[in-house]
Design a protein around this ligand. Structure first.
Ligand code: ADP
Length: 305
């Protein structure tokens, strides 16, 4: 039984600058980093590091040097690249990121090959033997819905991280998901109500359950999470206390951890604890895929509390 992650892969080109450039101004960067990015890739790295089962990553790169570099990064991180597709007519996805001296950032994403999937999505064979399938919203909506349907038809539990949230057409996606994992902002985008307390977050989770998913998990960052299920179960989970320095990879590690735990047959509450431990540990290190914790570290945190 395996996990399949369908999603985006980008080359992140990050420049550090003293000040954000004003229109018409050329400025010199104080630093430059290139690295693996895209929510799909980050969650595939997380699932690979955290799961005991095989993880397949279904994603598209362009037929360019960036595509080769992205593939090499996945290999270096131990991610299986057998399901990586090269889209001959397209560029690889890139994210152009500026970070200023106050840590504010601006990000421009060029979807490229990630947005070139046909409307019927990837081959159904990508979900053969799949127990848990993980999706986000950095791929075209119709292709993502088609992929979710194929995952379901294969008998997989379908998890959707509704990020980045789209302003329209979310109900068609919610209808295909067994579990969704919005953060506070995404929960507000989906429900029209920004939760300002645990009770309000629970109300939002319960309301979202009526729109398709069996289970809605609202991630609340350093406040932990709340969840609600269609069968009436609901609850709140306190976060693991860690020394958080950078929250970039928290959500992606959480999702990868949730997929890993459910693929092992853990019950929802245990799976949520495992995913929360992975999310918490991710905040103790800088970066995206580099910050995803190991299985050992996650198990140790779980045992120590
Ligand atoms: P996203 O990155 O999608 O916005 P969150 O920031 O809500 O996701 O983080 C996902 C999960 O990671 C949280 O529900 C929580 O369990 C854990 N987490 C995030 N930030 C912290 C933190 N500062 N301390 C402990 N756990 C955290």
């Amino acid at each position: 039984m395996s996990i399949t992650v369908f999603g985006s892969i980008n080359l992140d080109l990050t420049v550090s600058v003293e000040q954000m450039p004003e229109p018409g101004v050329t400025s010199h960067a104080t630093g430059f980093l290139k690295g693996l990015g895209g929510k799909g890739a980050n969650q595939a790295v997380a699932a690979t590091r955290l799961a005991k089962s095989k993880v397949r990553f279904v994603a598209a790169v362009g037929a360019d040097a960036f595509g080769d570099s992205l593939k090499a990064s996945l290999v270096a991180l131990g991610v299986d690249t057998d399901d990586l597709v090269t889209m001959a007519e397209h560029d690889s996805g890139i994210a152009l990121i500026h970070v200023d001296s106050t840590s504010q950032n601006t990000i421009t994403v060029v979807g490229g090959a990630n947005m070139a999937w046909p409307s019927d999505g990837p081959d159904a064979a990508c979900f053969d033997g799949c127990k848990v399938a993980l999706f986000q919203l950095e791929t075209p909506k119709d292709a993502t819905i088609a992929a979710m349907r194929k995952a379901r038809a294969a008998g997989a539990t379908v998890i959707l991280d509704p990020a980045p949230i789209a302003s329209t057409g979310m109900d068609a996606l919610l209808a295909e998901a067994d579990i969704i994992t919005p953060n506070e902002t995404e929960a507000a985008g989906l429900s029209g109500t920004k939760p300002t307390s645990f009770n309000e977050a629970l109300e939002v989770a319960r309301a979202l359950c009526q729109r398709g998913p069996q289970t809605v998990i609202v991630k609340l960052g350093s406040k932990g999470l709340v969840y609600a299920c269609k069968d009436g179960r609901s609850g709140q989970l306190e976060p693991f206390r860690v020394n958080a320095i950078d929250t970039v990879a928290a959500g992606d590690s959480f999702n990868g951890g949730l997929a890993a735990a459910l693929a092992e047959g853990m019950e929802l509450e245990a799976a949520l604890r495992f995913a929360s431990a992975a999310g918490a540990l991710a905040t103790t290190r800088k970066g995206a895929s580099e910050a995803v914790p190991s299985r050992d570290a996650t198990d140790r945190l779980l045992l120590s509390t």
